[in-house]
Design a protein around this ligand. Structure first.
Ligand SMILES: *[C@@H]1O[C@H](CO)[C@@H](O)[C@H](O)[C@H]1NC(C)=O
Ligand SMILES: *[C@@H]1O[C@H](CO)[C@@H](O)[C@H](O)[C@H]1NC(C)=O
Length: 380
């Protein structure tokens, strides 16, 4: 390369001077510096926000998952009649469904057009109870929260008619026929990480979605136990998930030690925990499926996610093993997880009853009558 001569050096100097003066005049430099700072902040923030549920020196593979990966569709049998009748039950205080739930309710009629559809209101629920469970009526009337009534009602309608019960913030993703063949009663658990990290329970059977044959003895036991149940902590859960879980343990003769124990590796994809000695496909059995099929989404309302992150990353080594495994599962799948291709239902965790008086519905279109959503809806 030939050495730069004096003329070209001068030319370069002039150019640099012009650029420098332009920057100075237009305060461009200030803008550049500000942009760089903003970009740095953004990167740091993204890094901080990135979901991480294990300290950096841990590897997820050190922890056994709480349930197997789902590689197959839901267990079923072919060529026999269903063991759980094809009836959908949903409920609300009256027949006017808040607008934000309309699209969820529609999905059940869409994917199960040949199923019966029962819609339960406070009024028709009370009528059913007065007729068929008069002993329970005073407990029912004394429930102070609509939530308690809605919880209790679902066991009664499943006991009387059988079928599937789903909250109105549950979205149906495909036909439910397949789920009604092999088992007589199916109670999906909450996402395990949620029960384990938020409530410090080994698992919690949920009641936002469940299905059962009529007159199943588990339902019968629950209905008789309702008037006597005293919740350990939250009075809102007089008849909800902690009630169902304690009844499940009782029904299956599961002791305190067994509750926290792991089952023998199973032949299907159900979760890690011991769920009693009765075969889950038995006439009187209760099957607790892998969360991937019915209830896999996490409730992302705070303080959940932030709390999990703090517990897992700040004090992992102090946590008991089942909680460490929950942290690893969160690390594997994240808070906003991808649904399995075999998913039947997705729960939105809208807290249908506790949030219904909130302000957010004021800006929404008005409620819609159930008969406009599901024309063949029957009201008892
Ligand atoms: C629980 O134990 C009782 C008494 O031994 C027995 O009759 C019942 O069948 C058991 N229930 C289950 C679900 O195993
Ligand atoms: C529930 O629905 C809202 C509004 O459509 C959505 O933003 C949110 O992600 C949903 N949550 C879950 C767990 O599906």
């Amino acid at each position: 390369m030939k050495p730069l001569n004096r003329a070209s050096i001068l030319k370069w100097q002039k150019l640099l001077n012009t650029v420098y003066n332009t920057i100075k005049r237009t305060k461009l430099g200030l803008w550049v510096v500000c942009t760089i700072i903003l970009v740095l902040f953004y990167i740091i923030f993204k890094q901080w926000e990135k979901e991480s549920y294990l300290p950096p020196n841990y590897d997820v593979s050190e922890f056994k998952p709480l349930q197997p990966e789902v590689t197959e569709d839901f267990p079923t049998t072919f060529g026999e009649s269903p063991r759980i009748p094809h009836i959908i039950h949903q409920t609300y205080k009256d027949t006017l469904i808040p607008h934000k739930f309309v699209r969820y309710v529609k999905t059940f009629a869409k994917y199960n057009p040949n199923w019966k559809y029962y819609f339960w209101t406070d009024e028709s629920a009370r009528k059913l109870i007065a007729e068929r469970h008069p002993d329970f009526l005073s407990t029912w009337d004394n429930y102070r929260s609509g939530l308690n009534k809605a919880d209790a009602l679902r066991y009664i309608v499943l006991y009387e008619f059988g079928g599937i019960y789903a909250d109105i913030d549950v979205e149906n993703m495909r036909s439910l026929d397949r789920a009604t063949m092999k088992y007589t009663c199916i109670f999906p658990p909450e996402p395990l990480e949620q029960a384990i990290l938020r409530l410090r329970l080994h698992y919690l059977i949920n009641n936002a979605i469940m299905m059962c044959r009529p007159k199943h003895p588990f339902l019968k036991q629950m209905i008789s136990a309702l008037p006597h149940f005293r919740p350990m902590a939250d009075p809102i859960d007089l008849a909800g998930p902690s009630f169902v879980t304690s009844q499940f343990l009782l029904y299956n003769n599961i002791t305190g030690d067994q509750y926290s124990s792991e089952k023998e590796p199973g032949t299907d994809s159900s979760p890690y925990f011991y769920s009693g000695s009765l075969s889950s496909a038995h006439e009187n059995g209760v099957y607790v499926p892998n969360t991937r099929y019915f209830l896999d989404t996490l409730d992302t309302h705070e303080p959940g996610p932030r709390m999990y992150q703090k517990m897992c990353t700040n004090s992992l080594e102090k946590l008991p093993l089942y909680q460490q495994r929950a942290c690893a599962d969160l690390q594997r799948r994240g808070i906003h997880r991808q649904s399995s291709k075999y998913v039947f239902t997705i729960h939105n965790w809208s807290q249908t009853y506790t949030k219904q008086e909130g302000l957010d519905h004021l800006s929404e279109p008005g409620p819609v009558d159930i008969h406009l959503i599901v024309p063949h809806a029957e009201i008892y």
